[in-house]
Design a protein around this ligand. Sequence first.
Ligand SMILES: *Cc1c(COP(=O)(O)O)cnc(C)c1O
Length: 380
Amino acid sequence: MKFNTKAIHSGQEPEKRTGAVVVPVFQTSTYAQESPGKHTGYEYSRTQNPTREALEACVAALEGGRHGIAFASGLAAEDALMHTLSAGDRVVCSDDVYGGTYRQFERVFRKHGIDFAWVDTSVTANVEKALEKGAKILWIETPTNPMLKLTDIRAVSALARKAGALTVVDNTFSSPFFQNPLELGADVVMHSSTKYLGGHSDVVGGIIIVREDELAQRLRFVQNAVGGVPGPWDAWLVLRGVKTLGVRMQRHFENALQVARFLESHPKVERVIYPWLESHPQHALARSQMSGMSGMITMYLASDLDGARRFLEKVRVFTLAESLGGVESLIEHPAIMTHASVPPQIRGSLGIADTLVRLSVGIEDVSDLLSDLDAALAAV
Ligand SMILES: *Cc1c(COP(=O)(O)O)cnc(C)c1O
């Protein structure tokens, strides 16, 4: 089966008792047993829930994995992966990750004795060097947030395998429609389903996808033992979003490419970063490991902080808000908003300047998006 067919049918057989075509919201905490210990396979909803299982099976199929393990948020999914480690273990990590990932690793798990080495994984040689000291996990985000740097998934996962480390890819920015890290050699894919999977900015969730049974068992154990599970309603909302993932991503891509080209030719814009532009330094790598790009664009305004503020106050169709990946276009200022938890000197070294603006291009009519940006840029 191909992508859109899987999105609509994987894990989503008509319900047995009534034939309900849509997987019901099993809003129950517990399940009746016939005799002590004799049950239908469902005991308690932290451990098993049919709505959540449908979501897990569907996203696993979309990523080419065998197991999906869903969580209450993307960060809860990351927390579960970190909980498979022990004090003294080391993680090699992309230096330009989601701000909350950085905060969790440095401020929660470092205290528990996990060591994190932050490297620019867009340069494969850096990864090779960092892995020399050994690591349990190589954690990459590609494209990164907000600088849209790419890491060569094939190359680094081969290096990690040799070094005995698992490769984890935060695939939130691409969605399974444009990039399938397991097929490129990675061991684990993680998504904030709050973003493209859910797609409507109405739910917070996370999910991990793996191929190997033993690794899935370890993660299932943490899912149940730590308990960061999504409720059945949230699982249902993400599953509903996933059905249209393919059509939404195609439209995000079409719109974003036009917006990126428009911005690139605009005199008030200093530089546009979008992996599908020929000007992106890793455009060839983008084409070799992705089949397209989502709606995420980063740009530097030819201005200063005040100019950036005026621009962001002036947009009308774009909404000034954190988050990304929904049908509506959002715009934000990483240094003040999403990446405020990254220390200023690290922000500076990554290029997260005061004139940096991040766009999440939605699926509205692109002509409205272009005229909105054009009008707001006049204020810069
Ligand atoms: C949002 C996001 C996360 C965290 O997910 P939550 O659902 O907000 O907990 C992790 N990684 C990336 C790339 C994200 O965009």
